[in-house]
Write a protein that binds this ligand. Structure first.
Ligand code: DGY
Length: 313
């Protein structure tokens, strides 16, 4: 799409993300940047690369980007919403089932040669039907998770959000509750919020201690939203029953992380949007955002549209 639109593309071919000095060095040679979540686009980056016309982030999340710093130097930032909602909600839904039945752990017992006989009282999980799903962050992905859980298990849906989500309320009978009610009443608490100053480390020891001892914590948004040491402690002490994570802090998670050995835990390596459909959609939108800027001075998925109105010199 980019070359068809007449743009010359300089592609990073290295294995893994660029270091920030490598990124800055290359960004200085180009007019626009198609960035990934691992790229650190902070104040220093924008001071060094204030010449950029536009940044097309290949992700819906943009917590790696200092939007205020970008806006100060007049650079529009765009992201890729919607196309990955189904894929990411599928991972949250899958983790919920996997944790409730200790699937990852039971799979490992076969590999270890520990499947010897039928044991009626061993490795019991619990049913999800009729349980209460709490959604923290009822946006596009949270809405699909609510749909999956309502349809598959007739779960009662409660949610906490910055604002009411009338669609979720009408379609799935979702009930808006305070944060305190959310953490106290959820049997499964699924995080779908952004990572911001408000949400960083929000799910900590104090929060886990108020959740039901039988509850499952699911996070497919950003690892920074939960405190990993507190989560490990909560699981060890039985403040909560289980956890399913597609995101960790830091990423990648180290192979000796104690969470990986816990029976009631399932961890995935941030694969929420990893379907052919979602990744193709993200690529099309990220490229389209950049092309649209050059062709029409419009950016369909702009996070800081005020910079387009004020215009860069
Ligand atoms: C997103 O789009 O934010 C996903 O987490 C992939 O990075």
């Amino acid at each position: 799409m980019l070359t068809d639109a007449g743009l010359e593309v300089l592609e990073w071919q290295g294995d893994g993300p660029m270091t920030q000095p490598e990124l800055i060095e290359r960004a200085k040679q180009v007019n626009a940047l198609l960035s990934l979540g691992a790229d650190k686009l902070d104040k220093h980056f924008f001071n060094q690369c204030s010449h950029l016309d536009i940044i097309g982030q290949f992700a819906v999340g943009y917590d790696n980007i200092d939007i205020e710093a970008a806006s100060l130097v007049g650079i529009p930032i765009s992201n890729t919403p919607d196309v990955l909602s189904e894929a990411t909600a599928d991972v949250a839904f899958g983790l919920m089932i996997a944790v409730s039945r200790k699937m990852f752990f039971n799979h490992k017992t076969i590999i270890r040669g520990e499947w010897k006989k039928f044991e009626p009282l061993k490795n019991l999980g619990f049913q999800l039907s009729g349980k209460t799903l709490g959604i923290f962050g009822m946006g596009r992905i949270g809405l699909v998770m609510a749909k999956r859980c309502k349809g598959a298990f007739d779960m009662r849906i409660i949610y906490h959000n910055r604002s009411r989500n009338h669609e979720a309320e009408q379609l799935f009978g979702a009930k808006y509750v305070s944060f305190d009610e959310l953490i106290r009443e959820s049997d499964v608490l699924s995080v779908h919020s952004v990572l911001s100053d408000e949400t960083r480390g929000l799910f900590n020891r104090e929060v886990f201690s108020q959740m039901k001892p039988s509850s499952i914590f699911i996070n497919t948004s950003r690892g920074g939203v939960h405190n990993e040491a507190d989560l490990i402690e909560a699981l060890n002490q039985g403040s909560i029953w289980g956890a399913g994570l597609d995101v960790t802090n830091p990423e990648p998670m180290k192979p000796d992380n104690p969470l990986l050995d816990m029976p009631n835990v399932a961890v995935l390596p941030h694969i929420g949007s990893a379907t052919v459909e979602a990744r193709n959609g993200m690529a099309r939108i990220a490229a389209g955002n950049i092309i649209s800027f050059y062709q029409r001075r419009e950016v369909p998925n702009c996070i800081n549209p005020q910079v387009l109105e004020s215009g860069k010199s």
